[in-house]
Structures are given as C-alpha cells and as structure tokens.
Design a protein around this ligand. Structure first.
Ligand code: KIV
Length: 281
C-alpha cells in the first residue's frame, strides 16, 4: 500500500508534479478517487448543489457536511481528506470558527479544513489549534450574492493585485495551500509564482501547482450548462439513464429476474411443494 498523503507532503509539492484533487461526497466516489490515485479528496460544500439539489452552496449545514465526510473517511485510506467549512460556520467570529472546525475534525475524521475568502485571523487561530487550513480565493461560491453571480474574479489589474495580496496574507497566516477558482490564467500564474505554498486551480489555467474538479462534472453527471473549464472524461449520467431504461423495459416485458437470477426451494422440498400447491391448483 502506498504511504498516505499528508499536509506536509502537500505543502512540499510546490512546483513539483501537479497535485490532483477531486471532490467526493460518499463512499463510492471516495473509492473511485482512491483507486484512480488522486492525492487529495475534497468533501466540498458543492455537496449542496451536486448531491443535495440546492441552487447554491449556502444551504448545506455542518451536520450534513459531517455526515458525508464520515462516509468518505470510511472509504479512503491514502488520500488527504479536506472538509469544506460550510457557509455560516466561520463568518461570525474567530471563536466560533475554531469551535466549528474542532467539531468538524472530531466528528468526521477529516484531516484538514478549507474555508473561502480572506480570513487571516481565522486561519491563524485554526493553525494554532492544530487544524491545517486550505484557503480558497477568486470565485468563492459562498459569496455568490455579493459577487452578483458565478463570475470570474481578478479580471482588472486592481482586482488582480487584491488577489495577490490576499494570497500572500493567507500564506502568512499559515495556510498550507490555496484553491484559486475562476481567475484569469495570467493572474493565477503570478499568484503561484509569488507564494511559496501550492496553488490548486479550478478555472484558473494550467500554471497552478495542482488542479481540482467537482467529480460530478468530471464524470458527466451534472446537467448543463457546464463551466468552460469542464470537459467531462465520461458520460455516467447518460449511461445511468440508458441502463435504467433498459432495465425498465425488461421489467415491463417480464424478462427479469431470469430463472438464474431467482432463488428456488431446496431440491428435496421442491417435489412436496409442487404436490401441495401446484397439483392442487
Ligand atoms: O465545494 C467545492 O467543490 C469546491 C471546489 C470547487 C474547489 O470548493
């Protein structure tokens, strides 16, 4: 068995072979990520949208995140598992942030947390409490209402400078890596060049130290429209509909279950059974 991926290993992957991070939300998706050799599993708050059917990430609760993280932890052994702090769990105060993250790690078993935005005081307090933190800058979906939609961030020189400053601040506060979501490739490249912790991009160009995708997007399980950076590597959604339709046809035509798929009485009892019920009828 390969040795587990740890926070120090991720931290030292800067400018080396790109890190591979994929989301997972339950035991089967975690098993797939492990079997495919991913480095990091992110139990993202995208859970709200791709699994629970909400139209944003805002609704997912800490209880729901813990429930899904526990399923992921049962099926993972090698990957580093990152739990996404849900909206409302870290915005109010430093103290509440630490309390929420401690509960998250204790009850779910995830190794580290991720939080969106420029919160250096939260990061510092968590790191002091022994909780490693992955940052997340650029298009931060929990701020969709403030951003006015899922829009690319850092498109002007002024905004890009802000992003560079935010990344430097998160690094100084103790983050071991930062997700860059929905930012121009040139800007992500410059952030990656100027900080010494790995950047993990999603819609942020190829220069980042790693890449992350939502597993439902990668496997073709999410409905269109898809963001530009998503090119599905499979069509599991279509495959599932085809399989269920074929089975439904077989059910309606009484082709399944076949005799081989059915259970039967013990041979010694079959004759008695026939005599008792079939011949009497
Ligand atoms: O919640 C999530 O899946 C994420 C990734 C898109 C980075 O935050």
């Amino acid at each position: 068995m390969q040795p587990p991926i740890t926070v120090p290993k991720v931290r030292s992957a800067k400018s080396r072979e790109p890190l591979v991070m994929i989301t997972a939300y339950d035991a089967p998706t975690a098993r797939w990520a492990e079997a495919a050799g991913a480095d990091i599993i992110l139990v993202g708050d995208s859970l709200a949208m791709v699994v629970l059917g909400h139209d944003s990430t805002l609704a997912v609760t800490m209880d729901e995140m813990i429930h899904h993280c526990r399923a992921v932890m049962r099926a993972s052994s090698r990957c580093l598992v990152v739990g996404d702090m849900p909206f409302g769990s870290y915005q109010v105060s430093v103290e509440e942030t630490v309390r929420a993250a401690v509960r998250f790690l204790k009850e779910s078993g995830v190794h580290t947390v991720k939080l969106e935005g420029r919160w250096p005081d939260r990061v510092e307090a968590l790191v002091k409490a022994g909780i490693p933190v992955m940052g997340h800058l650029g298009l931060t979906p929990q701020s969709v209402n403030r951003l006015g939609g899922y829009r690319v961030q850092g498109r002007t020189v002024e905004d890009a400078r802000e992003l560079l400053a935010a990344a430097a601040e998160l690094e100084a506060a103790g983050c071991y890596s930062i997700v860059l979501e929905g930012v121009p490739a040139e800007v992500a490249q410059e952030v990656t060049r100027t900080i010494s912790i790995p950047t993990i991009g999603i819609g942020a160009g190829v220069a980042c130290d790693g890449q992350v995708l939502v597993i439902h997007d990668l496997l073709g399980m999410s409905p269109p429209p898809r963001p530009r950076f998503v090119a599905p590597y499979a069509r599991l959604g279509d495959g599932a509909v085809t399989a269920i339709s074929r089975w439904a046809e077989d059910v309606r035509a009484r082709r399944v279950p076949t005799d081989e798929q059915s259970y039967h009485l013990k041979r010694t009892d079959a004759d008695t059974w026939r005599r008792l019920f079939i011949q009497e009828a």
